[in-house]
Design a protein. Structure first.
Length: 74
């Protein structure tokens, strides 16, 4: 017998562990390589106003009034 004390069960377990390690490495690489969402930065008041208008939270009249107010504050 050339298998020593391991027998076929020992080799099978070793192969199973090796496959598990390879799968773990692949999963870790995919998780760490995933693009991260941009960190929220402080938006300018005009950008916030533009975003709210684009979402439909402001009417055109409200947008223009607030835009004028921002221009006067600058």
């Amino acid at each position: 017998m050339m298998w020593g004390n391991y027998g076929m069960g020992g080799w099978g377990f070793g192969i199973l562990v090796a496959v598990g390690v390879v799968i773990l490495v692949i999963v870790l690489i995919r998780v760490l390589a995933r693009p991260r969402p941009a960190s929220p930065r402080a938006s300018s008041p005009k950008q916030v106003l533009d975003d709210r208008y684009a979402k439909g939270e402001l009417t055109t009249v409200e947008y223009k009034v607030r835009l004028t107010a921002l221009a006067l504050d600058s």
